[in-house]
Design a protein around this ligand. Sequence first.
Ligand code: NIG
Ligand code: FE
Length: 421
Amino acid sequence: MNLLIINIKQLLQAEAKCKTFVSGKQMAKLPAIKDAFLYVESGRIMDFGKMNELNIGRERYFSMSEKIIDASNKFILPTWCDSHTHLVYAGSREKEFVDKVRGLSYEEIAKRGGGILNSAALLQQTSEDELYEQSAERIKEIIALGTGAVEIKSGYGLTPEAEIKMLRVIKRLKENFPIKIKATFLGAHTIPLEYRSNSDEYVDIVINEMLPVIAAEELADYIDVFCDKGFFTPEQTERILMAGMKYGLRAKLHANELDHSGGIEVGVKYGAISVDHLEYVSENDIELLKDSDTMPTILPGSAFFLNLPLAPARQMIDAGLPVAFASDYNPGSCPSGNMNLVLSMACIRYKLLPEEAINACTINSAYAMGISETHGSISIGKSASFIITKPIPSYEFIPYSFGNHVIESVYINGELQKSYA
Ligand code: NIG
Ligand code: FE
């Protein structure tokens, strides 16, 4: 469908020449066109600019469009790219939530066989169809919140059958929903109880029994390991990443959430596309990241939910690094995939400027999931996936107005998905 949107108060993150990410001081720059138009053909952005450029020279767009939308007083920005989630899971874990409220730590719950193992036990008993249905609801929910691309991990299976079941569900989600989905194999999410005294044996299963099937069925785009205190060591992580690379899977790591785990070093060494969480970052880690193609990714929802120390986002940006923000949507440490809240937390808790936060949740998070050629900004030829806000005074109002709903409608590939009008 051809679509013309006129009188847009400001068209945000719109650039003729599309960048793949922004770092350091550039993160504070958000390209914005005032009094703008946007023209969409067959799901892609075909043109945009100022209204006077439309009225003199591009009048044909009016007759070529099946739908014309007046966006007076409203802002348009690209949909959020959520580059780190675990949204395929069974059930929920609110009982552990109460345990945490009573004072138990995430690690204490995990040591007792709760946490990820709890979700794994339930997922193993859940049929593929049922798992698909539960996960599809979450995809609908995040689209309605303005997410236009999402990365989803396995890791609640922990047996070859159940890990493959999860990845097949992600494949079905890819086939049935219009948003861009990337799949990550996270067999090494935690060590199952029966391997606690010999975790290398479980690593062998991940490498020799899970990976070959997953690669043969082309079920994963990336490979991940929870490289952290009490989970997998840097040495085990290296083994898994090397094995994944043989199948062409690039790394995306869980690193340095619970301690200085060595995860950032391993990630950079193996050319990870992103290292995520990063509550514990040293000066040396920052130097390593500077010389890399790895996107440091911060997950404010899980730090909030678990009361973790805050990742040093400001320090990283001031050191010249790029930073992405994502939700970590999962049943244990962040039962929310609301990227609008992530945006607000980026400003409120991590001291990012609104421009930096919008870059972190769009173009930089697109890079962190390998899709910045097609998503993350309003550029010619990219997917026409965008948010139209309600009438609001400024774009700073979006993160400022935390917990409120500023979205009026969500378009994915030029098609209306959700309207609150
Ligand atoms: O990203 N950190 C590891 N994994 C998830 C938590 C998973 C869970 O508790 O179920 C996370 O926070
Ligand atoms: Fe995670």
